[in-house]
Design a protein around this ligand. Structure first.
Ligand SMILES: NC(=O)c1ccc[n+]([C@@H]2O[C@H](COP(=O)([O-])OP(=O)(O)OC[C@H]3O[C@@H](n4cnc5c(N)ncnc54)[C@H](OP(=O)(O)O)[C@@H]3O)[C@@H](O)[C@H]2O)c1
Length: 334
């Protein structure tokens, strides 16, 4: 069987995507990155995965967010990405920021989970094989492991960069104090932390109240927001019920009990504001995250090209009036 030869759109960098400097680094990130947590596993349709990835790259998305355990099954999102890397993206590798992570349970036994040097190094080697890559651009500690000495985790990250298997380091979901220690340690070892990855959206504002956004900014570190649509809850996906092919239908990571009639009323009210802004709900939710210039990029998930096409337009209008912000707060929390 002959492979489809992929030619990306010539005008991919003129299609509306904007880029922001990641902290005080040399790297610019697209304001919208694509995440492969869901919809890219072995259980998903490869042709759809390919279409979404091609669409993303064709429209200026240069940052692809993966982790060792994305699938299902674990590892299979990296394998999917690896296949498309081989068949489509190989000539464009230098135009891409590809990330992976380790921290959660990945393989059996005591060395397949956590923050040990043993686990992080072995996991990255496995990820590179699955993705058909020599190196990743960003390697993340996926979570803080209180049972591993923090210096061991951080020194492993430093050594990973020194080995050339990752160009930059990121940390995800680390608590405030440990994050400050990490930023300092990494700086002192000449491998400054590039980016912090945390959940941030109109519903979940923990990174504001915990001081994480300001901490990243003050340390010259970028911030990227995961689940900016709260897994689809901040879109029109559930306004008329729970579609069979939706994440909530699986009732695993997004529980159906969250889609209450009260929440649907709130969505309908938010939709009016979005409409007045000339946006869909999803676009407004993403723009809301991007309005804060401490946020470098939102990592959006998509199960179809149509969703991604819709989401991408969020970059067109990332400013909000005070009245809009107050009304959004009143609807969500009032
Ligand atoms: N560091 C971490 O621990 C961590 C944790 C979670 C996520 N992440 C990263 O963040 C990425 C994004 O997370 P997420 O998938 O939870 O993101 P999300 O963007 O909050 O939700 C994505 C889901 O929303 C729905 N959707 C997306 N665009 C839509 C649109 N325009 N209109 C209507 N519905 C739309 C789709 O649901 P359906 O699938 O139902 O169609 C899609 O799968 C992940 O892929 C991963 O890379 C990292």
């Amino acid at each position: 069987m002959t492979e489809n030869i992929y030619s990306p759109l010539e005008d991919r960098y003129e299609s509306g995507m904007s880029y922001m400097r990641c902290g005080e680094s040399g790297i610019l990130l697209p304001r919208v990155s694509l995440g492969l947590w869901h919809n890219f596993g072995a259980v998903d349709t490869l042709s759809n995965c390919r279409k979404i990835l091609h669409y993303a790259f064709d429209h200026g998305i240069t940052c692809f967010d993966l982790a060792n355990n994305y699938g299902p099954p674990y590892g299979s999102a990296e394998e999917t990405f690896g296949q498309i890397m081989k068949s489509s993206f190989r000539p464009y590798r230098d135009e891409m920021i590809i990330t992976t992570k380790a921290g959660y349970d990945m393989w059996k036994g005591p060395y397949g989970i956590g923050g040990s040097r043993k686990y992080l190094m072995a996991s990255l080697d496995q990820s590179l094989k699955r993705m058909n890559l020599d190196y990743v651009d960003i390697f993340y500690s996926h979570r803080f492991d209180p049972d591993t000495p923090v210096r061991e985790t951080l020194q492993a990250l430093v050594d990973i960069v020194r080995s050339g298997k990752a160009l930059y380091i990121g940390i995800s979901k680390w608590p405030f104090e440990a994050t400050q220690y990490a930023f300092t340690y990494l700086n002192n070892h000449d491998v400054p932390c590039l980016i912090y990855q945390g959940r941030y959206n109109m519903i979940d504002r923990t990174v504001e109240s915990a001081g994480t956004l300001t901490q990243a900014k003050e340390n010259g570190v970028g911030f990227t927001a995961f689940s900016p649509l709260e897994q689809g809850m901040l879109t029109d996906r559930y306004i008329n019920g729970i579609p069979e092919d939706s994440r909530a239908a699986k009732n695993k990571f997004l529980k159906q009990e969250k889609i209450t009639p009260e929440w649907i009323n709130k969505l309908n009210a938010l939709k009016i504001i979005a409409g007045e802004r000339g946006q869909t709900l999803a676009q407004m939710a993403l723009s809301w995250v991007l309005k804060d210039d401490r946020v470098t990029s939102v990592i959006v998930g998509s199960s179809s090209v149509n969703q991604l096409a819709d989401s991408l337009k969020c970059v067109d209008n990332v400013s909000f009036s005070n009245d809009e912000l107050e009304e959004i707060n009143r609807i969500i929390f009032g």
